[in-house]
Design a protein around this ligand. Structure first.
Ligand code: NAD
Ligand code: GLY
Length: 355
């Protein structure tokens, strides 16, 4: 059973295994001793895997409550957060009880934020069911909801006690969702693992669990390196935001019709192109990034307007006063942070969008 350890302010494991959900209850007992467990999921995920998780939690002797949210980014909201917090209070959850997030990044970010704020913090477990959540959002402790002004504007750093990834859940994932996870894997490869990038370029059939396992392990290793070095996102962890400043603008302008993973793919290609044109990269990464994304059926072309994107992106947290931090690929496997004046962001986006 592959197991990774994430060392942040709290040290915890990520279990990666086919069928792990059937052992969810006993795995939780190995790290926490809750009386009550509140399982938070979305209706799609719950209809697929809810019974397996519920049976396992009940078999472990927990008093289980279930909250089912609507699927989709709109659920990452203050009103969803409020619903969970009120539910926990009404059912008299205490600090020794715990939350379990069963779902993709939306459920993970929302449930994590509820865990961070209820009673000033109670334990929670991440059980990711999308490739994107397995390779990225379920580890590292960034929790959040969106505000009208932009993505993830209210949130907290709150690490889970355990991450339980049942790889079998990925077998049910629709193709477009699978591709969104690939975009975040490409991100990890570009910023920190050239070997992973080469592997991505050679694989013929990605929809097998060996591929999923290899990519999750490699990506989480890259991520945990940066989280260990900089949990609160003040320095090197920002490299994990490669492509994300533009992506958050794209998501917002499209009213979240363009998904996070798709937007990240567009943002990465644009930033690679802009960095190459500016002479900031040691090697031009535009071609390989475009190639690897297209190999997996991801179209990274973006026809949004640079000025509109820059305005939307500037609500992003990467802005500090008059500067904004962007991530530029130096070469495949290595990236750097660069502070640029806020006024230059539009030009960078324009350079990135013009072929
Ligand atoms: P998501 O949670 O909306 O899931 C995508 C869709 O897939 C949903 O409709 C869901 O019902 C469905 N689904 C989930 N698992 C399934 C399965 N196994 N089979 C079939 N359908 C399934 O989206 P996501 O892409 O997982 O996550 C995106 C979110 O994650 C964004 O809000 C983004 O900001 C956030 N994120 C957070 C971090 C972090 O560090 N906290 C990192 C990256 C992304
Ligand atoms: N997904 C970016 C981070 O966790 O820092």
């Amino acid at each position: 059973m592959p197991k990774l350890t994430i060392e942040a302010s709290k040290k915890y494991d990520m279990i990666i295994e086919s069928g792990a959900l059937e052992k969810l209850g006993e795995l939780i007992l190995s790290v926490e001793k809750p009386k009550k467990v509140c399982l938070v999921s979305d209706t799609t995920v719950y209809s697929l895997f809810g019974d397996i998780a519920l049976d396992s939690l009940e078999d472990a002797g927990f008093d289980v409550n279930v909250i089912k949210m609507a699927p989709g980014e709109q659920t990452k909201s203050m009103s969803s957060l409020n619903r969970i917090l009120e539910y926990l209070a009404e059912h008299e959850y205490t600090r020794s009880d715990c939350l379990v997030a069963l779902g993709g990044g939306v459920i993970g970010d929302l449930t994590g934020f509820a865990a961070a704020t209820y009673l000033r913090g109670i334990p929670f477990i991440q059980s990711p069911t999308t490739l994107l959540a397995a390779v990225d959002s379920s580890v590292g402790g960034k929790t959040a909801v969106n505000l009208k002004a932009g993505k993830n504007l209210a949130g907290a750093f709150w690490q889970p006690s355990l991450v339980v990834f049942d790889m079998d859940t990925i077998l049910e994932l629709p193709e477009n969702r699978f591709k969104e996870g690939i975009a975040e894997i490409v991100k990890s490869a570009v910023i920190g693992d050239a070997g992973l990038f080469d592997y991505l370029m050679t694989v013929d059939n990605p929809r097998i669990l060996d591929f999923v396992e290899t990519c999750v392990i490699a990506s989480v290793k890259v991520k945990s390196r940066f989280v260990h070095a900089d949990e609160r996102d003040l320095g090197p962890r920002k490299l994990l935001n490669f492509g994300h400043t533009m992506a958050h603008g794209i998501e917002k302008i499209s009213d979240y019709r363009i998904s996070h993973g798709q937007a990240v793919a567009m943002g990465m290609l644009a930033m690679a192109r802009a960095a190459a044109k500016k002479g900031w990269s040691n090697k031009d990464c535009t071609l390989p990034i475009g190639q690897v994304l297209r190999k997996y059926g991801i179209d990274p072309a973006c026809d949004h307007d640079a000025a509109q994107l820059a305005r939307a992106a500037l609500n992003d947290k990467k802005r500090r006063g008059d500067t904004v931090t962007i991530v530029i690929p130096l070469e495949i496997g290595d990236a750097a942070l660069m502070d640029i004046p806020v006024a230059s962001l539009e030009e960078i986006f324009r350079l990135g969008l013009e072929e």
